[in-house]
Design a protein around this ligand. Structure first.
Ligand code: CP
Length: 338
């Protein structure tokens, strides 16, 4: 039987996603213990993390399993990612060999690998995580790659269901926010896919030049149409927030200027007003739209303190849900009852 990787939410059948969300709810209610005894998860963090690392470690512990955490370059070998590379540079071990070896020790291998910020036409192929998947005999779990953060997407979907009830037909506003750096598009794409999976009416607000990758937009549209929702693009935050049931603030880089650091900085220098404030939030449905962010958040830059700490913010519940959905995901993928 071929292995099943979790690289993108849309790779799984929608029913399988709903099953994971339902299992996560039962786990959260304390109904399920154990199931990962003598199971091992190897995690390779090529980039930093607070939530993803700690929630996966906790998930493995809570179900009786064990997590190995590797940080290449900090106690484990630096990794070369380019296929066919002549390895006379900094990379000591190739990801092909790392994937093969870790697959012999662990029941699943999880990888975090952010874009390098050089050439979007190449990096959009998400080669590092896909190379891991191609060379590892065990399932691969995406801990955030160039294109997707599917575990965040699962947590976003669970949070929307918990807070809004049946989210179908409700308005999900994904709004670009200013940030000093050009961040990856994995989170906003995954959040929109999650909302589309729930059949929400997805509105994406972004300044000129900040469209998501066209393939991602097509996937979001396809998911929304299949689930009875819709997708609209607007060019100002207020329009997106009008009547919204949920607001997801997130920054990302301008893909047409990917790899052009100075030009991108120059382009975004006029966009500091793209910040989620209390007056903006007042435009949402009865002024009570829930406020979401994947965290980490730049306070008073992306979102104001009074919004993040206010009654409509669900960002900590959203972060907590990372734990519950990942417990469910691990049980589904490598658990003893599967
Ligand atoms: N949201 C999220 O993935 O957080 P970390 O980067 O801290 O893991």
């Amino acid at each position: 039987m071929s292995k099943r990787d979790f690289i993108a939410m849309e790779d799984f059948d929608p029913i399988a996603i709903d099953d994971i969300l339902a299992l996560a709810t039962r786990i959260k209610q304390g109904e399920i213990n154990g199931g990962l005894e003598r199971k091992v998860l190897a995690m390779v963090f090529m980039d930093p993390s607070l939530r993803t690392r700690s929630s996966f470690e906790a998930a493995m512990f809570l179900h009786g399993g064990h997590a190995i955490v590797l940080e290449p370059g900090k106690g484990s070998w630096t990794l070369e990612t380019t296929l066919g590379a002549v390895m006379d540079g900094a990379g000591v071990e190739h990801i092909v060999d790392a994937a093969r070896v870790l697959g012999r020790y662990a029941d699943a291998v999880a990888v975090r690998t952010f874009p390098k910020g050089k050439d979007w036409s190449v990096e959009r192929e998400d080669r590092t995580i896909r190379t891991f998947a191609a060379h590892c005999e065990k399932p691969i779990i995406n801990l955030e790659s160039t294109r997707r953060h599917p575990c965040q997407g699962l947590a976003d979907a669970l949070t929307l269901e918990e807070k809004l009830g049946d989210a179908r037909g409700k308005r999900f506003a994904l709004t670009w926010a200013w940030h000093p750096k050009a961040l990856p598009t994995a989170v906003p794409a995954s959040a929109a896919i999650a909302a589309a999976h729930l059949g929400m009416n997805v509105v994406i607000a972004r300044p000129e030049g900040y469209d998501l990758d066209p393939e991602d937009l097509s996937i979001i549209r396809r998911q929304a149409e299949r689930q009875g929702g819709s997708v609209h693009l607007v060019d100002n935050m207020d329009e997106a927030l009008d009547g919204a049931d949920a607001v997801y603030a997130k920054s990302w880089g301008a893909l047409p200027l990917f790899g052009q650091l100075e030009a991108e900085q120059q382009h975004r220098s006029t966009l500091r007003h793209w910040k989620l404030t209390s007056p903006a939030l007042a435009r949402t449905n009865k002024g009570a739209g829930i406020v979401m962010h994947c965290l980490p958040v730049r306070r008073n830059v992306e979102v104001d303190d009074d919004v993040l700490d206010g009654p409509h913010s669900v960002v900590v519940d959203q972060a907590e849900n990372r734990l519950h959905v990942q417990r469910a995901l691990l049980l589904e993928m490598i658990g003893k009852t599967r």
